[in-house]
Design a protein around this ligand. Structure first.
Ligand code: C2O
Ligand code: CU
Length: 478
């Protein structure tokens, strides 16, 4: 039931402050300060979710809603979440992207005992680094049932980037049991046939792919509603609307665009970037982008999202200027103006403050592949039969992700941020993130990070099924 002792907190803050400064952060945190506490109560339990008129999804959720309630605090405050488990299996919550003490990271059997049915656990951590985050169960495939929600840490001072904000929480909707979906996916890949390379390698939402290579999704959800049953967003000419986009999907990489407008990307994984204008962006599972849209094109438009591999967006949210009616003809395919417009690339992103420097980290190559028997591997090993990656506190590391498979892998590191390396110059000058999408078929991404947060963490693909099938490593910082 307890959180950190004052002593744990003090030593964590001391350690993390040094390294955060090394990465360029200047945390407000002071160990002895008395922080205001934001307290939330979450009950994980069975729920009936109306995803569209007449369509009810019997599933598991926090406080009976998908996504769960917004957890929000201001930098310098403390977040306390009392989680009650009303499920019939154990659970935990992971605070995705938030740098926090290891004991609060929500890893069952690693940082805490799983919370048994009927039990309560209190998570408590300081809100130090502002940004858009999310939270989700870290037990099995519970995330794909709807045990997930948004978390925002507001900066202590104004950012002044927008007049108001809107949340776009993306999800893929699996009306059936995810454990059955996993079993079906594993049954497709038989030993001796190259295993997952062919069986698991051809799916990923591509039209025509064998249905057993991906869960049988019935559609996509935006803020818990089917993408075809969304209420219009009313806007006013001249305003700047910030949209916090969170991809909470278990297995779907989304494309996002708004007809008639540019998207100005201002934050990647919650961290500020030099603003860049694009027509669309691609967002992997676990990634977040904040965009600002200047509303200066009066009319009725559509905010579109959906699998990056599909011709049909799946999510169509009407955006209408005051007095207008939503467009009568619903969009059925991605409009050419967006499909052929400028799309966001990591190479186009740099930190807002221009931070960067030469790469000096210990090089570690992480090869992502399909193994046999449906497994997904990092350097040939499938978790849990995989060696932990060990680092010394304060060590600087360069991860070289190399994707030898035919599917995308959004790789997520717990407890730390990393900064992308510009592979053309070799400099650590890209965006600061915690999840990075590694493209299929020889896709390569290099990132650098400082192991500044002691404990037992995880590095894994945020495709929930790849993770379950082994694409994960324990990361030990000591
Ligand atoms: Cu959001 Cu271990 O992940
Ligand atoms: Cu993956």
């Amino acid at each position: 039931m307890s959180s950190l002792t004052a002593l744990d907190r003090r030593s964590f803050l001391k350690q993390s402050t040094g390294a955060l400064v090394a990465l360029g952060f200047a945390p407000l945190a002071r160990a002895d300060e008395k922080r205001p506490v934001r307290e939330y109560r979450l009950v994980a339990g069975p729920a009936e979710i109306a995803v569209a008129p007449g369509r009810v999804w019997s599933t598991w959720a926090y406080n009976g809603q998908v996504p769960g309630p917004m957890i929000r605090a201001t930098q310098g405050e403390r977040i306390r979440v009392v989680l009650e488990n009303q499920l019939e299996e154990p659970t935990t919550i992971h605070w995705h992207g938030v740098p926090l003490p290891n004991a609060m990271d929500g890893l069952p059997g690693m940082t805490q005992d799983p919370i048994a049915p009927g039990e309560t656990f209190v998570y408590e951590f300081d809100a130090n680094v502002p940004g858009t985050y999310f939270y989700h169960s870290h037990v099995g495939l519970q995330l794909d049932r709807g045990l997930l929600g948004p978390l925002v840490i507001d900066p202590a001072g104004p950012e002044g980037v927008a007049d108001r904000e809107f949340l776009l929480f993306l999800d893929d909707w699996l009306p059936t049991n995810p454990d059955d979906a996993l079993a079906a996916m594993m049954a497709v890949t038989t030993p001796g046939m190259g295993g997952g390379m062919m069986g698991g390698g051809m799916g990923g939402g591509m039209p025509g792919a064998s249905s057993a290579t991906e869960p049988p999704y019935a559609g996509y959800l935006a803020n818990g509603r089917m993408g075809t049953a969304l209420d219009a967003l009313a806007v006013t000419r001249g305003e700047r609307v910030r949209v916090r986009i969170i991809n909470g999907s278990a297995a779907t990489t989304h494309r996002v665009g708004l007809t008639g407008h540019k998207l100005t990307v201002t934050h990647a994984d919650g961290q500020r970037v030099a603003p860049v204008d694009v027509d669309t962006l691609v967002i992997g599972m676990g990634e977040r982008y904040d965009i600002v849209v200047r509303m200066e094109n009066t009319g009725a438009w559509t905010l579109l999202a959906g699998s990056v591999d599909a011709a049909v967006p799946g999510i169509a949210l009407p955006v209408v200027y005051g007095g207008q009616q939503p467009s009568a003809s619903p969009i059925t395919v991605w409009p050419v103006s967006l499909a052929q417009g400028k799309t966001l690339s990591y190479a186009g992103l740099v930190p807002f403050d221009g931070r960067g420097g030469p790469s000096s980290g210990r090089v570690m190559t992480l090869t992502l592949s399909a193994g046999s028997n449906g497994a997904w591997t990092i350097n040939g090993q499938a978790y849990p039969n995989a060696d932990p990656l060990r680092f010394t506190l304060g060590e600087r590391i360069r991860f070289q992700f190399r994707n030898m498979s035919m599917l995308r892998h959004p790789m997520h590191l717990h407890g730390h941020f990393f900064q992308l390396i510009d592979r053309a110059t070799g400099r650590v000058s890209g965006p600061v993130k915690d999840t990075v999408l590694v493209e299929p078929m020889m896709g390569a991404v290099d990132v650098e990070w400082v192991a500044d947060n002691p404990g037992r963490w995880l590095l894994h693909c945020h495709h929930a099924y790849h993770m379950e099938m082994g694409m994960m490593r324990e990361v030990v910082v000591e």
